[in-house]
Structures are given as C-alpha cells and as structure tokens.
Design a protein around this ligand. Sequence first.
Ligand SMILES: O=C(O)CCC(=O)C(=O)O
Ligand SMILES: [Fe+2]
Length: 263
Amino acid sequence: MPPKSKQTKKQAASSKPPESAKSRQQQQPPNWPPLNPLVPTSDLQLVPLLEDQILTIPRFWPAGLCKTYVTFLASLPLVTTPGKPKKGDAVRVNDRFQIDDPAFAERLWSGTALKELVEGAVVDGEALSEDAKRALWGGGVLGLNSNIRIYRYSKGQFFDQHYDDANNIMFPSASSPSAVAAKTTWTLLLYLTSPATGCEGGETVFYPDPPSKREAAPPPVVAELEAGMALLHRHGKDCMLHEGREVTEGEKWVIRSDLCVKR
Ligand SMILES: O=C(O)CCC(=O)C(=O)O
Ligand SMILES: [Fe+2]
C-alpha cells in the first residue's frame, strides 16, 4: 500500500490503559512465565534497520521462550478491536490484551539483555558517547512503559498506516517512593511468531517521507517477522508512518511496550 498523504495522519488509538471499571479496580496482572532461557547479552546486539530510526535485536528471545509465551498469551482474555475506529484513529483489526504491569515491564527491561543493550548503545559494533546516547533515546533512559500490550493477528487481520504517539507518564522509581516524570520516545515490538512458526504476512512496514515535495518517497522499509526479534522505532514527533501488514496465514503475536526517558 503506498503511503498516504500527511493530511490523513492517523494516530494509533490511544495507548493509554483503558479507564474501564475493571482497570480502575486494578486488573490482576497475569502470571507471566519466567523469562528463560535467554541468549547471553554478549551474543546480542542492536542492529539498525534504518539509521537513527529503527533498530532491531535479532534473537532477543530464543524460539522456545517465544513458544512458551504464545501458548500462555493465548489463555489471556484478548479483546477483538471494535470494527469502527474513532475519528482520526488508525484501523487496527486484531485481538489485544492490555495491562498496566510495572513489575513485568521491569522484568522485560532488567531481566533480559534490553537494559544493557540500550544503556550500552553499541550500534553496529560502535559504542556511542553519552551525548549521542541521549540524542538517540531522547533523554536519560529509565526503562519500559508499564503499559504492556499483547497483539494477536489472525489471518486477515492488520494494523493500518499510522503514527505512534509519545505519552507523558509517571515512571515508578526504585530509589525514591515517588514516581519520576517521564515520557515515551521509542516503540518496542517483540515478535513471537514468523514464517518459521507458520505465520505469513504481518510484516511491519515503515514509509519514509520524500526528501522534498518534488522528490519521490524512498522505498518502504520492511521489518520481516522473526520470532524472538525485538524492534525499536522512534515515535512521537519523529515517528515514521508505519503499518502491520495483513496476516495471510497462521497467527502473528507481538508484545508491545515503549522506552521511557526522564522528562
Ligand atoms: O504489529 C505491528 O507490526 C505494528 C504494531 C504497531 O504499529 C503499534 O503497536 O503501534
Ligand atoms: Fe504503531
């Protein structure tokens, strides 16, 4: 699908946790399976898919852990998107489970290679300076957004072209009783399925803007699904137009959170 003009700039529907009666009464977090076995951090790296915009971590989760999670996530009460989006929201047709779970966000951050890779910021074998790190992540990194979203796309489901919003949040602080003012700067997608697990289609596709009005847009950047690969992309004002292509066979499963920095 060609990129749409900026006039039709769709946002992903609000990623803030729903204000339903259930969420206000503090929905019980799931009993997430342990995050092991994992690939040692020293065997992993941040690999740019598009410089300064999209980074991947291939083999972030091994196949076995992805499989354990897909089986577990399928037992959660996922909710199918209502057919018609609110005005200005992108069409998202999938099944979703959303939970505010600071403990799981912290495990996904510190209990995996993510924290070390992001804080170390060794991109393509080159270690960034402290200033370059702040410029890359948009500030001093705190960890992952506690707003955890699980997506299941079955055959025919997709996430239409949109931009991801940055959100201001209060980040729980380990060192002080009060939370720290934070904002989200990058989207984290963790793919649990791929053609190797029977999922066809469903690639996340990014549409770069043309360099000027008179020039053609560069070709889209396609993130092929790889079970266990994590992908980070800039969001908010620096977000690229992107979509989750239609799944044509099998199921696509994704865990979504966001990188948070001090505000
Ligand atoms: O599922 C995908 O590939 C994309 C998801 C996405 O764009 C989002 O969560 O905002
Ligand atoms: Fe998105």
